[in-house]
Design a protein. Structure first.
Ligand code: UN1
Length: 519
């Protein structure tokens, strides 16, 4: 359609013929199976992408290893300068790339652009990091000795990313991994190949301009076979995987079986807790964005809402008003707040989330029914639009599937509590531990929430919703979310091979712990 070709041509992605190479290791190629990029708003096929054959994949891994050897001895601040140029190149295409995210993933315009901005932000962070990846000097117990902790480059880092953040999650990994001196090989979601091709083109032009091997930031598109081969390759030092708990369990075991490093960012089942003293004009829109934004398809989306019984009826009726105001639309249209879910299969997941609640004896408070054709403008009738829904499960038992499962769809589950300890127990009672949010003006609640008796999630917010984290903090979660941390904080330390170096500058060679071993 002309709608699609306008977005693609702005990024120099040819629309005729619509068959694209999906592998880059210094040169573009692809002779494996085809994957199709489908526009979730219209159902149209945007392009067919030629994935990596097994041979091309192994070749790409070899090229990535060679690129690592070339880049690991480059001073980190010079790598930072490359990242700065990548940042500039991405920023120059921010609107165009954001539009492609909307076209191919389906998130709305402001969120598509926001996702590219997140990549720009983490590049800025990594430029700074490139001059701040400090090791340590530790006091030795022996005279004339020093202990150094030295961060060295790690090797080849493979990034397996999910459809829902087809640009930013790769950005977190690439920028920090490159600052640390690694070469990165990207295996994106098979349903968002165009975003990965567009991003790789932008980055490779910077690498080429600087005389660096393109395989510093290589790309292998493909399905399950390609993913499995990357995960099992002993030539891949670290696998950074974002996706479901189900696949993450397989990836984690496969990497562990060969004693590789795995960084897992898996499911979220994030709760917002609203105390009686919460500022409702702030809390209601935050829950609305958390649950309905990105059509409920962020790892950090708000999936559970725990309301203090004293404010529950008021909160629900305010939320229902906002839900009633949101209409499905073209994610490319900047007025749209609700885009499609990403695939036809996601519509089924949406139904399952509603069925779970009903099976527990629960009720639908808002939504619950599919959109009618008349709700959608004519060019969107082949798209995958799910009506945002609020349910009240018939049980508050967090073990019940109506509460314990992550369903990647805009379904918010609600229950009432009477004191904070009960709500924290529910918050912590599910297998996942990614994000969480407490709304209160009372310091005592805050202290409890962020401390030892508080939320066991990786992200523990106060008067801030569950989704939409900034890049500066480490991003990730605990328990079945996989314990990984990406983006800011100390996450960079995982992309390094740490060396503990004890150096003896003296004329004696004493043993530690005063051990005597005369020779
Ligand atoms: C994800 O959903 O996998 O905090 C990542 C957020 C975004 C990143 C989400 N900055 O919602």
């Amino acid at each position: 359609s002309s709608r699609a070709s306008a977005v693609l041509s702005a990024l120099d992605i040819p629309t005729t013929p619509v068959e694209l190479d999906g592998v880059y290791d210094g040169t573009w190629k692809g002779s494996g199976d085809f994957i199709e990029s489908i526009c979730p708003a219209t159902g149209e096929i945007l392009a067919r992408v030629k994935t990596a054959s097994p041979q091309e994949l192994h070749h790409a891994i070899d090229r990535t290893r060679e690129a690592y050897l070339a880049i690991r001895t480059m001073p980190a601040p010079r790598r930072g300068e490359i990242i700065r140029q990548i940042r500039e190149a991405l920023f120059a295409k921010r609107e165009q790339l954001g539009a492609l995210v909307s076209l191919e993933m389906g998130k709305i315009r402001t969120e598509g652009v926001g996702e590219v901005q997140e990549f720009v932000d983490i590049c800025d962070y990594a430029v700074g990091l490139s001059r701040m990846m400090n090791g340590r000097v530790v006091a030795s117990e022996r005279p004339g000795h020093s202990i150094l902790e030295v961060p060295n480059p790690l090797g080849v880092v493979a990034v397996l990313s999910a459809f829902n953040f087809p640009v930013a999650v790769y950005g977190w990994n690439l920028s920090v991994s490159l600052a640390a001196g690694n070469a990165t090989l990207w295996k994106p979601s098979p349903t968002t190949p165009l975003c990965s091709i567009a991003v790789t083109k932008i980055i490779s032009s910077v690498l080429e301009k600087n005389g660096l091997p393109g395989a510093v930031a290589g790309l292998v598109t493909g399905g399950k076979d390609v993913g499995e081969a990357v995960v099992q390759s002993k030539d891949v030092d670290m696998v950074s995987f974002t996706g479901s708990e189900h696949v993450g369990r397989i990836v984690g075991k496969a990497v562990q079986a060969r004693f590789g490093k795995a960084l897992l960012e898996l499911g979220g089942n994030n709760a917002a807790i609203i105390m009686p003293d919460a500022d409702l004009p702030l809390a209601v829109p935050a829950v609305f964005f958390g649950a309905v934004g990105t059509a409920g398809q962020r790892c950090t989306s708000t999936r559970r809402l725990y309301l203090h019984s004293s404010i529950a009826p008021d909160f629900i009726s305010r939320l229902q008003k906002l839900y009633a105001s949101v209409a499905p639309g073209d994610p490319l249209d900047s007025a749209t707040l609700l885009g499609p879910v990403h695939t036809a299969a996601a519509l089924r997941i949406h139904e399952e989330a509603i069925e779970d609640a009903k099976a527990s004896g629960g009720e639908v408070l808002t939504g619950g029914t599919p959109f009618a054709a008349s709700d959608l403008s004519s060019h969107l009738r082949g798209g995958f639009f799910a009506r945002p829904t609020i349910v009240r499960p018939g049980t508050s038992s967090v073990q019940h599937p109506a509460w314990s499962t992550e369903r990647f769809a805009p379904v918010l589950r609600v229950a009432e509590f009477s004191d904070l300890s009960e709500a924290i127990a529910w918050n912590n009672g599910v297998p996942q531990g990614l994000s969480s949010s407490l709304w209160t003006r009372d310091m005592r609640n805050v202290g409890k929430w962020i401390g030892a008796e508080g939320s066991d999630a990786g992200i523990v917010n106060v008067n801030v919703g569950t989704s939409g984290a900034e890049i500066g903090a480490a991003f990730g979660g605990n328990k079945s979310t996989g314990w990984g941390r990406e983006s800011g904080g100390d996450a960079w330390k995982q992309y390094c091979r740490w060396s503990a170096c004890t150096i003896n500058f003296s004329d004696a060679a004493p043993l530690a712990q005063g051990v005597s071993f005369p020779a």
